[in-house]
Design a protein around this ligand. Sequence first.
Ligand code: ADP
Ligand code: MG
Length: 662
Amino acid sequence: MSNTNATLHDTGALFQIAEPEERAPSKRRPGFGIGIDLGTTHSLVALAPEGSAPRVLADAQDRPLLPSVVAYTGEEPVVGADAVAQQEEHPQAVISSVKRFMGRGLADIDFTHPYTLDVDEGAGVIRIEVDSAGVKRRLSPVEVSAEILRVLRDRASAELGEEIDGVVITVPAYFDDAQRQATRDAGRIAGLNVYRLLAEPTAAALAYGLDRGGQGLFAVYDLGGGTFDISILRLRDGVFQVLATGGDSALGGDDFDRVIAAHLLDEAGITEPTLHQRDAARIAARTAKEALSAVSSTTVSIAACGIGGVELRRETLESLLDPLIQRTIRACRRTLRDAGFRARELDGVVLVGGSTRVPRVRALVEETFGRPPLTDIDPDKVVAYGAAIQADILSGSAREGVTLLDVVPLSLGLETMGGIVEKIIPRNATIPISARQVFTNYSEQQTAMQIHVVQGERELASDCRSLARFELKGIPRLPPSMARVEVTFQLDADALLTVTARELMTGTKQSVEVKPTYGLSEEEVDKLVMESYDFASEDYSARSLAEARVELGRVALAVRIALEEVGHLKDIVTAEERAAIEAALADGDAIMARKDADGDAITAARKALEKLSEPFARRRMERALLAGMEGRSLFDIESALAAEEAELDERRGGHSAEIIED
Ligand code: ADP
Ligand code: MG
């Protein structure tokens, strides 16, 4: 793209770096960050202001868990237990488990649900149709989730006595880009500043302070109401990475209840229960199951089924649940194998989800992983705690020992003249991060700049991954190096990159959003990094060669423009001088035209041209200065010259990017 011969092109690549701009002020408010576990069945909000221990906020009735259910039965949506109460009467207008619809298209909905779906034109986004009080409404899963988030947001701001600054929302580790984006959008619609999304297992590991060791390999076993997730995490230099996820999206405590209910009905000799009997049995089964986590025997009564005071012992329960629990264990083994580890290599196992309270679950997990799992923290709250800790850090609080910052796996940069990469955010920089650099014009003819965003460690853009291209138009016609284009790279905590280019004189602005590492596996990242070492010396020569070409092109262009400007003013350029300069320009063109020209030859041609044109350039500059000098003191003139020198110096040497730490 950026051919140095294309000197008089209207648009061109980015060129040359000038002084970094000032540091962006931090807008964060320490202590006003909150963590939200936006769950399928329950959601929670937690706080851990300014380094304090995390705590979950309860509602006015002292209930910490908010059922993730929204009723659209009246004028205003109702969230939580009051919505649950209306579910039976209005199955279609009370939305539960909306998380399963987030960021999904119609084809992804392979589970049963009572709703009428319709696909939004173009976007392929699901809408849920509800009939609320005779009025038909179309709702997106994002809007429904936003209602849940709003309730939790209000709970937190009431507690803090002020608006909250930002939020960390947890998502399953396996959530894809669309599901994450939908969650993020829900946060925005709820009027929240989403600092970042955090993987649920990572949040649980954080709550246990597992990051403190700096290194380690952990498993997070999450058995909730309807789903089972197993994740293998690696902690390296204080950064967690999800190595593998597995599980079963249709296995959880609800299945436990079903199996127990079937057993109870069977015992009572009811072979064909009515819907009502089945529901009643399921509710009783759940109560008994939960009781048996603490005691070894309980009695069950189900009026609808004519069951009264039947004893249910823990052993019976365990034999009923065993096949289901074994399924989770098989998934654990499979996931470990996928990640390439053996159970004994793990440094810890964390339990998450209400169903991990079942003693048999704990026993089998211990047996499988060869160590007792971590269970000190309430498995319902552990994810929200981790989110709160992370939110506290992101709000700007200083927390001892806690890092959990993600890093940029591959450098992010821009293509500049000659196809050379200028790295803006270096590899392994911790995110969130933003950095900016100022570029300038190559020639007066350049009224647009090509912004080509690349990722990689190699020196030439053609060897890096191309992430995005856009053009900044409307650059004023200014002499070379006088226009200023500031390019900002803003990488948020979810590794979403926003690149903005702004022309500083006119304020013209353009930006793009890209997901830099999307679709790259760890192996691919490693491979790309290794390549940069393998090709280091070739890259170095390629870069020097490209730089030499850019420099010669730039000098030749400046000389041509100057010659044209002075026309035939004999006192500035003599005919002999002009002839010699033109010959040097022709030599330069000839060498540039040769594909195999080496860097030294190109540099020699540039130096020859500079040497020949130097006296002429000096005369031209003096004349320009004299013209502007009338009426100014000697002191003014000296400082003007000094400022000019300094600026030239800076432009020559200024290959530095500024990193703004959030
Ligand atoms: P989810 O993450 O799917 O929203 P939760 O983590 O809240 O689900 O887990 C809910 C499940 O935990 C339900 O099936 C519930 O019966 C079960 N559960 C809650 N407490 C206990 C307990 N003490 N013993 C056994 N199961 C329990
Ligand atoms: Mg859960």
